[in-house]
Design a protein around this ligand. Sequence first.
Ligand code: MN
Length: 742
Amino acid sequence: MNEDFRLDPNRELDEVDHKYLELEEKIFCYNPNINTERLRSAYLFAREAHGEQLRKDGTLFITHPLAAAQIIADMELDEDSVIACLLHDTVEDTPVTHEDIAKHFGTEVANLVEGVTKLTRVVYTSKEEEQVENLRKMLMAMAKDIRVIIIKIADRLHNMRTMNYQSAEKQREKALETMEIYAPIAHRLGMQKIKWELEDLSLIYLDPLGYSEITAQIDHRKDKLESFMRKISNAITERMKAVGVKCGVYSRLKHIYSIYRKMYSQNKEFNEVLDLCAFRIIVDTVSDCYNALGQIHDLYNPMPGRFKDYISTPKPNMYQSIHTTVIGEEGIPFEVQIRTWEMHRTAEYGVAAHWKYKEGITATGDEEKFAWIRGLLETQQETDASDFVHGLKVDMFADEVYVFTPKGRVINLPAGATPIDFAYSIHTEVGNHMIGAKVNGRIATYDHILQNGDIVEISTSPSANGPSRDWMNIAKSSQARGKIKQWFKREKREENIIHGKASFDAEMKRNNLSLSDIPDAETLNTCLKKLSFADIEDMYAAIGYGGLTSLRAVNRFREEIVRAVRQHALEERAAQAAQQSQQPRPAPNKGVRGVIVGELDNCLIKFARCCTPVPGDKIVGFITKGFGVSVHRAECMNYLNSGVKGDEDDRWISVSWGDIGSDTYSTSLSIIARDRGNFVLDIATVLSTAKIKITSLNAREIGGGKAMAVVSLEVHSRAELQAAINRLSMIQGVSEVKRPGV
Ligand code: MN
């Protein structure tokens, strides 16, 4: 390490060095184990790095990180936080690098400094409410380590304290940013004391008149207010002493901004704001809190509805206290807060209290760091605070990313978003005319994954070709994908048709189908109508721009083709049957045995040719004119269709299977398959292996590369037939095996 980095005992110490020594002393008081060498070298490192740099007020720049480190030490934070705070502006404002800091002070400190540097680079411009909330979240998400935020807040607090030499414009800008971003963050982290100071300092620049009016009024009443506070404090102290409650009693004026807000939100004059003073009783134990409360309510009249017990139910930011407002002798109301010392620390420094140096605790794991935050989650009450706390833990932001436009507008995108998503979120036309993207000033590819805080710039050209098809796969947001889809739909019909047709054909092929499988124009029209297209080009176009998947289209086509082929086959068979019926009817090859017909004895039975029932099928009987009872399957279309013909209803009778013995029954199956050699042979092999008797087997082409075989066979039962169907279905290329009549 450079010799200059040590405080030279022979060198004359200047004013700044003395300030550093004060800091060292302060830290030593709460952390006697502080590595003074390391702390000093951090101070000297920063001092050397900032060199002769001056602040606007003419002081050496080093006074700023030193003062910010004082604020950090007031919160009694750990050594790394103080060191990082001393170094917090070195990377941004001097040639010092992350690596330099890591080398001298370790990666933990280097990461803290880097975190603060990133936050410093965030430029706040927009004033819209939604934007402000996004920005707060972005800062939190960027920080990763809560200490980064705490250091940033200390940095901001000191800058606000020393804002008077800045230009009026800068003052306003920083004050607004502080009021809208940093004070709410401090509030939500439970850092009340700092929040109040940030608000009051901001108000000076945001409403100088309002601010000075209140301070003037307070000044005017200063003596009166002070004697009032003294009187009440004394009374409380005496009473507590008398009843043996050990405590500290403190009084203060409410902070300016809270008075200001009360005046403006309730439209009051200063005179009408009565409770300007607040009192605080700090005790050792929780039971003392309630003791003290009882005494206060005994001393003064409590105002109804103003008592709040945040001890039994802490606020989401872990704040605990008892609040009560009482009225003193003069009729002036005042608030009394009662809490333990432990609660007091949390109330003042909030989340920072957690990183307070604790003797004996050298390292705190992430687990412990977030225990505090989990505590917040578990005690959530106010929705806005719980929302925020929800976002506190870094991975809670895992599904979102916050980036900037070059003008500083915050854009909220899904995690994993790319410049394409960004462009479309700005405007559809920006996306459609994008010709390039820059991230943080560097040219980036379209699939570049955006990170929190990135500044994204999109180049556009009026003559851009528009999005390319692979953007659809790159874009992360459904919004961008939708807009890209829209564009293709509108702009690129010819191209869509070509792409869509290729995609459709490929999908058809995968399904062993082709357009030539469609038996007739009517079937094609039905397909298109069911998919809501006027013609096939429209359908191709839709597939091309992504409005319809080729899979969905092909599924629909397959359904229709199968339906049409089946229909054709049925019609053909009906024609055949009509032909056959003109020939002499062959005698049923089985007797009437096997079927029991209601109450009718010995009636003539025949098995309907249309559906060829076999034992095990549910059956019904139909009384034919002059030919006994014809037995149909209960699922036969002839039976089902007859249901509507009321006049024939009474001719249907119930029948059931009786003793069927070892008889076989004739039936048939139709088998549709891809037309290929050996198809018929395979059917015959399968059936004979199953020991099923085939009485006839015919096959023929039915167009579209398909063939249909009709096999007549004899089985003992429905179960045997079903087994045969199952086996036949497994033959290569078979798409359907069907019994007749349904
Ligand atoms: Mn700074």
